[in-house]
Design a protein around this ligand. Structure first.
Ligand code: HEM
Length: 143
């Protein structure tokens, strides 16, 4: 291996490492909401390896439960919003997006039960999009 290729491999590993390690934040990684987000994320990750319909449905139910529990908290970043009207608007938006996430998880459950893989992929993509939207709008630091 030449010096150039080993440098390239090192850079590649570095980039990959950053992609997966960077998410933790000083602000919002230890809140009750973050705990539910971790539950949600863990259930969705396990879903990829699940094989039977029953196993998949169980994991989706766990994800749904985490979303519902998360609704009783507000994002950590909201504490810094002093303007009451702005906070009310942000709170309504947060609840709306959380509700939409729940609906998508119910659609995912329906797709699993119907064993409709195309629908499953379509809904899963929407869940990834809503995660991105939710984090861009309400997470205190970058994903
Ligand atoms: C649907 C898929 C989603 C997944 C898999 C997901 C996953 C995660 C993960 C892993 C964290 C970091 C938790 C930690 O640091 O320990 C997080 C944090 C966070 N997520 Fe999500 N998320 C999703 C959707 C959403 C949506 C839709 C919203 C907003 C409506 C949202 C708002 C937040 C906020 C605000 C935090 C920071 C925690 C806090 O402020 O207390 N997430 N999420």
């Amino acid at each position: 291996m030449t010096a150039t290729t080993s440098f390239k491999s090192l850079a590649f590993v570095f980039v990959l490492g950053f992609g997966s390690v960077a998410p933790t934040t000083a602000v919002a990684d230890d809140t009750p909401l973050a705990e539910q987000m971790d539950e949600l994320s863990g259930s969705l990750k396990r879903l990829r390896r699940a094989e039977s319909v029953d196993e998949k449905v169980e994991l989706i139910k766990k994800a749904q439960e985490a979303v519902i529990k998360g609704l009783q908290y507000l994002p950590a970043g909201f504490e810094k919003i002093e303007d009451a009207k702005k906070k009310a608007v942000m709170t309504a938006g947060y609840k709306k997006l959380t509700g939409q996430s729940y609906v998508l998880l119910c659609e995912l459950e329906e797709a699993v039960l119907a064993e409709d893989e195309a629908k499953y992929d379509e809904v899963y993509l929407k869940i990834k999009e809503i995660k991105k939207e939710g984090h861009q709008a309400y997470k205190a630091e970058e994903d």
